[in-house]
Design a protein around this ligand. Structure first.
Ligand SMILES: Cc1ncc(C[n+]2csc(CCO)c2C)c(N)n1
Length: 221
């Protein structure tokens, strides 16, 4: 690892192949050009909707384990957004795609979804701020990086809201600011960790990036 980089960038560089595979994934190309198959989008959204429960619990664990007050405020505000605006996108998309109630609430979970739920649960249960922030920085950072690519900036938005809104939810100033803040927090706490804690947080980060890639891949299987 290159110590002249901050901790956040060291972590990202440690799994750059998987990270870039997510950012340039077929799913990302197809959502931008509007060619995404409805069956693929449907599988993606049904599984992704099963994240929010553990994700909010993970935010709660980060709030509880933070070392000072300021990050608690930022994380609480983000939790407020996630539990309001984001939910309606899923519900409107489910309506448009004709996803029945039972598929929205209790679908059969795929292996990557289960593994991701387990990872978020473990990080939350550790009540360790660095572990929680490592997983959050992946879940948010990869989504910012695919949605907010300079190369895509001048493309027209896809016509359907199910495509366009999923991009815009992750390419806006609020989200950019939050992900920048997450990276800054990792840079702040990285130098305070001993080698054991650093290795543990790094392992969480790397597991999360691998699962993000598997999650994108599996919607095409
Ligand atoms: C597999 C998977 N990984 C990360 C995200 C991104 N994400 C999860 S919760 C959240 C906060 C609100 O936008 C964001 C950005 C996702 N949706 N699905």
């Amino acid at each position: 690892m290159n110590p002249s980089q901050g901790f956040a960038e060291q972590l990202r560089q440690s799994c750059i192949t998987d990270w870039n595979a997510c950012v340039q994934h077929r799913f990302v190309q197809e959502i931008f050009d509007g060619s995404l198959d409805d069956a693929v989008l449907r599988k993606y959204l049904v599984q992704d909707y099963q994240f929010i429960n553990r994700f909010v619990a993970l935010l709660g664990a980060a709030i509880a384990s933070a070392d000072v007050f300021a990050p608690r405020v930022v994380l609480s505000q983000f939790a407020g957004m996630v539990t309001s605006d984001e939910n309606t996108y899923f519900l409107r998309s489910f309506d448009m795609l004709g996803v029945p109630e039972e598929q929205r609430l209790t679908p059969e979970l795929t292996a990557p979804t289960k593994a991701f739920q387990q990872l978020m649960h473990e990080a939350a249960q550790s009540l360790n701020y660095a572990n929680c922030m490592a997983v959050l920085a992946v879940a948010e950072g990869i989504y910012l990086d695919w949605a907010d690519q300079p190369a895509k900036k001048h493309l027209p938005m896809p016509e359907r809201f199910e495509h366009a809104e999923w991009i815009v939810l992750h390419a806006n100033d609020f989200f950019r600011g939050f992900v920048g803040w997450l990276r800054g927090e990792l840079d702040r706490i990285g130098p305070t960790l001993d080698e054991t804690q650093k290795a543990e947080a790094t392992h969480y980060f790397q597991r999360a990036v691998k699962l993000e890639r598997q999650f994108f891949d599996h919607v095409y299987e």
